[in-house]
Design a protein around this ligand. Structure first.
Ligand code: MN
Length: 446
């Protein structure tokens, strides 16, 4: 386990940034997630760390000589790519420096607080890094089983699922930061009842997928592999990820090569990257396979991964329609799940991805796949929650159910004006709760 639990995780640690000490803040001094921001009044993109409702400007910290030497060049950049490529010891040194600087009210960072801190309301957040490659997995066995039972009621889970982490290459160019509107895509829609030909038009079954994104830190050279015992060393941090999905387009196009245009129109990620260092107290065992399930093949098997390859990360999805927002209604929570529901650990995804010699690169983004749990309210997309509901056409006797909004509106899939917000947080007795901020997007028609 390369990521130590140390004094930076102490529950008693507080910050001189008062808002960070609020129990409801996602960003206490134990978290220290990195982000890229630009001041609303203009200027270049810069690297920051979220603390309470503020951003610590790391470029200004470096210019003032307040950071370790190895971090100086890494933070003097327009995105996190150089930071992601630092060695683990350099990353830990920076974390300790920031932890001291933000907790000790007499630190040089505290003494220069006027120049170094900005309110989060005064900045816009940008993508944390240029995403060169985006791969999406399918690692929740509950999601795979639910989706499989809609397509193949008698044979929901394909025989490869428990042996191989299923994934596909996604589209990197359309990965965007939280707040980007989701413009309803058009595409080929399958022939309807009594029709023989597909049509081309706006997607009618627009959906979100609750996922977690993992950024690769140090990559591997082409032809080299990443042993499972070393997989976590190659991870930099996690974010929230919404894999927007056009279900009707997907149903028509996905065989035999998998999703294509049903997914590539937009993927949204949260701006804050929570580091593996910060997540150390929340590591947990890998998924407990039920008796009779096959053991992973040797290259995906490791005691450390079995013991602490999982991450106890709580995830939530909220929906608010335009009418709800106009009426001042709170967003409706649609689901709650946990990353521990994944059948495969993120480390196993990394190792599997590189097992053929494919070179993972710094800043590559891996999506976990929809994080659904076993309970009904733990389903991480509308396809599962409404059981493939087609708005206005419930099939008698089927499990199809509409979602009732507090305004009396109903939803099977997303309509124009709907806002989807993903949230995530880790909590455990003896440690400070840390959060991921939000990953949001509003559906725009036309
Ligand atoms: Mn997905």
């Amino acid at each position: 386990m390369p990521y130590p639990i140390d004094e930076t995780h102490a529950e008693s640690l507080t910050s001189w940034v008062e808002s960070a000490n609020s129990p409801t803040s996602d960003f206490p001094v134990q978290n220290l997630p990195y982000c890229v921001f630009r001041e609303l009044r203009g200027g270049e993109p810069r690297i920051g760390v979220a603390i309470g409702d503020q951003i610590l400007d790391l470029r200004r910290c470096a210019n003032a000589g307040l950071l370790p030497a190895a971090a100086d060049e890494a933070v003097d950049h327009h995105d996190l790519s150089r930071l992601m490529a630092l060695s683990l010891s350099d990353r830990l040194e920076l974390r300790h420096c920031l932890s001291n600087g933000l907790s000790d009210s007499y630190s040089p960072i505290a003494e220069n607080r006027e120049r170094l801190l900005l309110p989060q309301t005064s900045v816009e957040f940008l993508l944390p890094t240029h995403v060169g490659n985006y791969t999406d997995f399918y690692a929740s066995i509950y999601h795979a089983t639910n989706v499989g039972s809609m397509l193949r009621p008698d044979n929901p889970l394909l025989p490869n699922y428990k042996h191989i982490p299923i994934g596909y290459h996604g589209r990197a160019s359309s990965v965007m930061v939280s707040g980007t509107p989701c413009r309803r895509p058009s595409g080929q829609l399958p022939p309807g009842e009594g029709e023989t030909k597909p049509t081309f038009g706006p997607c009618k079954n627009l959906d979100y997928e609750l996922e977690v994104g993992a950024f690769i830190g140090l990559g591997n050279a082409l032809g080299e592999t990443i042993p499972i015992a070393k997989a976590d060393d190659h991870l930099f941090g996690l974010c929230l990820l919404n894999d927007w999905s056009a279900r009707d387009m997907q149903r028509w196009e996905y065989q035999p090569l998998g999703p294509f245009l049903a997914k590539s129109f937009l993927t949204t990620i949260s701006p804050f990257v929570v580091t593996l260092e910060a997540l150390a107290p929340f590591r947990t065992a890998a998924f407990a396979r039920t008796a009779g399930d096959p053991e992973p093949l040797d290259y995906l098997r490791d005691d450390g991964n079995a013991r602490s390859g999982g991450i106890d990360l709580h995830l939530e999805v909220y929906l608010s329609s335009a009418t709800m927002r106009n009426q001042g209604q709170e967003p409706l929570r649609l689901s709650r799940s946990n990353l521990t529901s994944l059948y495969w650990t993120i480390g196993q995804m990394v190792t599997h991805h590189a097992s053929n010699g494919c070179n993972l690169q710094t800043g590559d983004l891996l999506g976990t796949g929809t994080v659904s749990g076993p309970e009904r309210d733990a389903r991480g997309c509308l396809l599962e929650l409404t059981w493939d509901g087609e708005y206005g056409q419930p099939v008698p006797g089927s499990q199809r159910t509409a979602i009732n909004l507090p305004t009396g509106e109903k939803r099977m899939f997303l309509l124009g004006g709907d806002q989807v917000a993903l949230r995530g947080f880790c909590q455990r007795p003896g440690f400070r709760r840390i959060g991921f901020g939000a990953c949001t997007g509003v559906v725009v028609d036309g």
